[in-house]
Ligand binder design. Structure first.
Ligand SMILES: *[C@@H]1O[C@H](CO)[C@@H](O)[C@H](O)[C@H]1NC(C)=O
Ligand SMILES: *[C@@H]1O[C@H](CO)[C@@H](O)[C@H](O)[C@H]1NC(C)=O
Length: 412
């Protein structure tokens, strides 16, 4: 997808949370001591090298489960989902799994997913192992390409910040946002700018509801919404929260029966802190009211998430989150020039420079020079942006001529 160049300062309005996340993550990378103060010193030292106990059980407990290899990740918009895609790409690539790939970078979005959009799909032919690129979810078609024992999961974010991020990012492609000009004007009277029939306006209201492939509820009121969400939860037993990203990674690791190192990832697609503008007071409440379906969806999966945390054990979760952050910090020191995210101008190698979209700069990572062969491979996988990584997987599955178009050329 492409935005025309924008020259409006309001483009940066929605970046605040993303930026806070980037800053918080940078602090983690820098190993700010306060991050770890709460964690017990008696944590076992973990092998931080790849291959340290991947499939043969965690550091303290045997794992009788089998690591899952059939996975459907519904990649939602403006939720930190690119970081999840990176670890799915890595897991699948290192184990030779087959990805269900789009012809370009998305599965016909915003139209509902269709099996025939998957490269190499044949009705009645072999299924795939991992499906994780942007789509509007449509279960019957997904089931045609993925095995019946696939694990389905996704990630959601508070619409009070998600919708603000969407405004900043999609102002050029959503007529409702474009006409309003500013988020404040939009929020003052959204109905004045919003026509649900206009192309591109799915970004302007209840974007999560849309991405999950849900229809507007049959009847107004909590009963119909609750029924739709209960059905959704039967398909998606795990829904992560952007606001609790590291806790989410731990719950994901457990659900997939993966090793701790499999979920250590650097944050992808963060925005430059230079684009910061604090959100206006009251804006979040206005955005939640306008995106009422998304707010109910978020509240529903928030409850499920914390129930899962209770079942996992809050103390155990804290300990594993601390180990995850330590591992990520160690990897950042080992892999990254400067130890953290950098602006695209600081990434000379275009194979790892992230695709730029909208006004705020999208941060990426530069590799430390002189890495040994094993580190070079591991670190490259960790920093490769999703579009270039998808092209690599495509070339691996379909040969050098399998890839169509360069990053940024497609997407709509
Ligand atoms: C999410 O759940 C937690 C724990 O139950 C609760 O404290 C919090 O208020 C909930 N947030 C939302 C937005 O529902
Ligand atoms: C790719 O395409 C070029 C030109 O069409 C052809 O010469 C080459 O053999 C192809 N390579 C593969 C791996 O199919």
């Amino acid at each position: 997808m492409k935005l025309l160049p924008q020259c409006c300062r309001l483009q940066v309005l929605g970046a605040a949370l993303a930026v806070c996340m980037t800053i918080g993550f940078t602090l983690q990378l820098l190993g700010a001591p306060f991050q770890r103060r709460g964690s017990p010193d008696r944590l076992p030292r973990l092998p931080l090298l790849p291959g340290g106990g991947a499939e043969e059980g965690g550091p303290s407990s045997p794992r009788p489960c089998q690591p899952r290899r059939h996975i459907v990740f519904l990649k939602t918009h403006k939720t930190g989902s690119s970081t999840i895609v990176n670890l799915l790409h890595r897991f699948g690539e290192t184990r030779g799994l087959r990805f269900a790939l789009p012809p370009r970078y998305q599965f016909g979005y915003p139209y509902p997913f269709q099996a025939q959009r998957v490269k190499g799909y044949r009705p009645g032919g072999p299924t795939f192992d991992i499906l994780c690129h942007h789509m509007r979810f449509h279960l019957p078609e997904v089931q045609k390409v993925m095995p019946p024992d696939s694990f389905y999961f996704s990630i959601v974010r508070d619409p009070g910040s998600l919708a603000e991020s969407a405004f900043s990012y999609y102002r050029g492609v959503s007529p409702a946002f474009r006409r309003a000009g500013s988020l404040a004007r939009f929020l003052a009277a959204p109905e004045r700018f919003y026509d649900p029939a206009e192309r591109g306006n799915h970004y302007a209201r209840n974007l999560l509801w849309f991405d999950f492939g849900l229809a507007p509820p049959a009847a107004p009121g909590p009963a119909a919404v609750g029924a739709a969400l209960a059905r959704l939860e039967r398909t998606f037993p795990l829904v992560l929260l952007t606001e609790h990203f590291d806790e989410s990674l731990v719950l994901l690791r457990e659900a997939l029966c993966w090793a701790e190192e499999d979920v250590a990832a650097f944050r992808h697609n963060g925005r430059s802190p230079r684009a910061v503008r604090p959100p206006a007071p009251g804006q979040a409440a206005g955005l939640r009211a306008w995106n009422a379906l998304d707010w109910q969806l978020y509240a529903h999966f928030n409850r499920s998430f914390w129930r899962r945390v209770e079942a996992f054990g809050p103390a155990r979760l804290r300990a594993e989150v601390a180990r995850l952050r330590e591992r990520r910090r160690e990897l950042a020191g080992r892999c990254l020039q400067g130890g953290g995210p950098v602006e695209p101008a600081g990434i000379p190698d275009e194979r790892i420079r992230p695709f730029q979209f909208g006004q705020a700069q999208i941060l990426g990572y530069a590799l430390r020079p002189g890495l040994g062969p094993a580190d070079q491979q591991l670190c490259t996988r960790m920093v490769t942006p999703e579009l270039q990584y998808k092209d690599r997987l495509d070339a691996r599955q379909f040969g050098a001529n399998g890839s169509e178009g360069a990053p940024g050329a497609g997407g709509r």
